[in-house]
Design a protein around this ligand. Structure first.
Ligand code: NDP
Length: 483
């Protein structure tokens, strides 16, 4: 009587994932480098299901039914390689190793290729929802071979959270696709949080609303188009009062945002792919700016010229709360459109065939960016799987059209008051950039041709050209002149 699946790495995530699997009626083998975690799990949660504890990797592997399914849930990076190296000599062809940690997708591609050579399947999977999600139902984004999903999918789908009867788990695509999509999910989460923070800042500085009043505003927003986990918890955080001082909690927290790195990975990848994810990039940079404590202190000490907020009055204040809501919504559409563009570009580059509508579907529950909004994204990609931009979908195009007067007003007001809104502003610049029939990139090309002979193309003829800038300014055709 062998176990259906195994989990090695029983820190908070692995332990909760194993408990979730056991609670769904699967026999789960459990193992951890240091045995104490195994014993703790059995002592504290052993009655929740059919656990098969092992204190050695050999026993762990021997306790699994074939093809063996092993979930590795250890610290991302070298620890994952160490565990894979320990496991693989004990495994056979057809066995499946699942990395459910937050690996970089390039590492996943490398590991998948290495295990494939041994005839084994390697599944890099995104798992979202933190420790609570792991226990109660995460959103799961598995990559790897389709064949491995046949063996693995039913168990993963059984432990994933469900929305409208659909599990938030689906096969994403070959090799690193699962971890890539999880990475972009985290990047979008960065952008979404930055936009929410800007909305808060604008209303607090611009209208002088208190955190408690703003909690009510976010609560109200959560009953409309913006309904989402992040907006919901924004209200909770803003309403929270610090027990020690009686002050609004948000005022006793140091204003330096930290990052574990997935946002940075997303932007690095976007740079390689050449996809403008300005919303995510601005969010990563805003965190970097907030964390530049010494530089900020030096600026505070000297003081740099410019407006420092000040409340809006009269007509300027009228309708401003709703204008910010609309600006938030429009900026959010842009940030998500950019994130999905990045998934599209990677899917094409690596041949993954990612179904974008399905990604929106499995992000509706379990994960941090879960939102009503994702239903709309799913509908958009279902209606047109080849949609060139989410902004072109009829629903989003008209939603942004309706919001844009407010959006422009909010960005203009922010600039006027000196309130930094890199997310709102860059989203609007992106939108306007896409709309323009002629961009000043023509001038950039002209400059590149002058200083570097980088050549240019003409609007009215085929070919590439160069002007003899240091000669008689005549134009020379540069391509296939000899043919
Ligand atoms: P940690 O990232 O803190 O990793 C601790 C676990 O890794 C322990 O089981 C530890 O074993 C094991 N480990 C570390 N080095 C080695 C090694 N060289 N050989 C064998 N085992 C090793 O645990 P978490 O539970 O927080 O996260 C697990 C994974 O899940 C990570 O990749 C993380 O990025 C990812 N993740 C985490 C989320 C979260 O909210 N925390 C959300 C989604 C994903 P030992 O007990 O012996 O030290």
């Amino acid at each position: 009587d062998l176990a259906d699946i195994g989990v090695t790495g029983l820190a908070v995530m692995g332990r909760n994932l194993a408990r979730n699997i056991a609670r769904h009626g699967h026999a789960v083998a459990v193992h951890n480098r240091s045995s104490q975690r195994v014993d703790d799990l059995i002592a504290e949660n052993g009655d929740e299901g059919d656990f098969r504890p092992s204190h050695s990797v050999e026993d762990f592997v021997a306790s699994l039914a074939k093809p063996r399914r092993v979930i590795v849930m250890v610290k991302a990076g070298p620890a994952t390689d160490a565990v894979i190296d320990e496991l693989t000599p004990l495994l056979e062809e057809g066995d499946i190793v699942v990395d459910a940690g937050n690996a970089h997708f390039e590492d996943t591609r490398r590991r998948e290729a290495a295990l494939k050579e041994k005839g084994m399947h390697f599944v890099g999977t995104g798992v979202s929802g933190g420790e609570e999600g792991a226990l109660l139902g995460p959103s799961i984004m598995p990559g790897g071979s389709r064949e491995s999903y046949e063996a693995l999918g039913p168990i993963l789908e059984s432990i994933a959270v469900e929305v409208d009867g659909t599990p938030c788990c689906t096969y994403v695509g070959p090799d690193g696709a699962g971890h890539f999509v999880k990475m972009v999910h985290n990047g979008i989460e960065y952008a979404d949080m930055q936009l929410i923070a800007e909305a808060y800042d604008l209303l607090r500085q611009g209208l002088g609303l208190s955190p408690a009043e703003l909690a009510d505003v976010f609560d109200e927003w959560n009953s409309g188009d913006l309904e989402s986990f992040l907006v919901e918890i924004t209200a909770r955080v803003l309403r929270h009062t610090d027990a020690r001082t009686g002050r609004p909690f948000v005022d006793v927290v140091v204003d330096e945002a930290e990052q574990k790195g997935t946002g940075r990975w997303t932007v690095q990848s976007a740079l390689d792919l050449g996809v403008p994810v300005s919303g995510i990039a601005e969010a990563v940079f805003a965190r970097a700016l907030s964390g530049a404590a010494d530089q900020r202190a030096a600026v505070q000490a000297k003081g740099l010229a410019g407006p420092t907020g000040g409340a809006l009055e009269g007509a300027d204040a009228e309708g401003f709360v709703d204008a910010v809501r609309q600006a938030l919504y429009a900026s959010k559409v842009v940030a998500y459109a950019q994130g999905f563009d990045q998934i599209t570009a990677a899917s094409e580059q690596y041949g993954w065939g990612v179904d974008r509508g399905m990604m929106a579907t499995i992000w509706r529950g379990g994960c941090i960016i879960r939102a009503r909004f994702l239903d709309r994204i799913k509908q958009a990609y279902d209606a047109d799987p080849h949609l060139a931009s989410l902004l072109l979908d009829d629903y989003f195009a008209s939603a942004v059209a309706d919001a844009q007067d407010a959006w422009r007003r909010v960005v203009a007001t922010a600039v006027h008051l000196g309130i930094p809104t890199p997310g709102f502003s860059s989203a609007l610049a992106y939108y306007d950039g896409l709309r323009r029939d002629r961009l000043p990139a023509s001038l950039v090309q002209g400059l590149r041709d002058l200083f570097g002979a980088h050549t240019y193309r003409r609007v009215d003829a085929e070919g590439t050209y160069h002007v003899l800038w240091s000669g008689d300014h005549s134009e020379e055709r540069q391509d296939h002149i000899d043919q």
